[in-house]
Write a protein that binds this ligand. Sequence first.
Ligand code: PEP
Ligand code: MN
Length: 366
Amino acid sequence: MMKLNLIKQDWINKFNKPLIISGPCSAESKDQVLEIAKKLKKINNIKIFRAGIWKPRTRPNSFEGIGEIGLKWLKEVKKETGLLIATEIANATHVKLAIKHEVDILWIGARSTVNPFTVQEIAEALKDTNKIILVKNPINPDIELWIGALERLLNQGITKLGIIHRGFSTYKSLIYRNPPNWDLALKFKKLFPNIPILCDPSHICGNKERLLEVMIQARNFNYDGFIIETHCNPDDAFSDSQQQIQPSILGDYIKKLNNHSLRLKETQDKDKEKSQFELDQVRNLIKELDHNIIYLLSKRVNYSEQIALIKKNSNLVILQQKRWKTLIEEYKKMGTQFGLATKFLEELFKVIHKESRKIQKKIINL
Ligand code: PEP
Ligand code: MN
């Protein structure tokens, strides 16, 4: 049996770098897909058109995709523009229909990668296909699940593979809809440098504002390309209207990205600037952790407020010294196991605890 880290992925070399897949979140009408595709066709580097035909929506009673008729429209896009066509498949029937309508590139969505039964069903339906199959990360940051999905495809003789980093679900997101986990994606890249990796800034951001920033970050990490949502009238889109941009804006972003790449190439030749580049990469990873820290602190404040209400209602004192002492000892012990200095932990938790008492006092004295 062929191993994942041994298969050569020549398919990516047939495209210019960065490879760009673009089109609407969902196919809505024949005119809509054709209008977008014609505009995308004029942009350098865009050779693949995307559109969702079956949409995995979080809640029922929203637009769940146009279904098979949309595949006919995609075929029309291919015929009229020469663009290759790509869509998401989530079960064996989707696979059968997508193949029947000559879809060139199929991807497994984040909500499918998460389920081994679904991935197995898709892999068996795709058996021995020569088509390019892209696998989005599962919604939870589990690298084994992601690798497992690719192995299931490989076990069915499917060898033209690639992955898409589209960010990970959180209970409550601060600035991203699905915060990226560059660290995990880079781990994947290190384990399988042969597998092309694309970034999906649209589903990471969930809005238009940070798309370019995320694209530049992915470029700095040497991603092979992007899958990004475009729509001629984003505000009227049937799904994901907040994150879709007009094709002309994407054209502008690609130019900016190319200029960035040129500068990057120049700087990578100079030692000093190379260290600056490496520094920036690690800074990005730290920033991502800081975002998590801020989010966790906000949750902690929430609990402090809940505790204050309970104490107020039952006339309990704010500071329960004995409990605090036990806790801080436990945290210090745990921190030591992770290589953190005891003094640092003590000081950090003193500040956090002080803030918590302040918040509680305010509520109790209301
Ligand atoms: C999509 O690409 O439109 C989509 C549904 O994405 P994801 O699987 O990342 O949620
Ligand atoms: Mn979408």
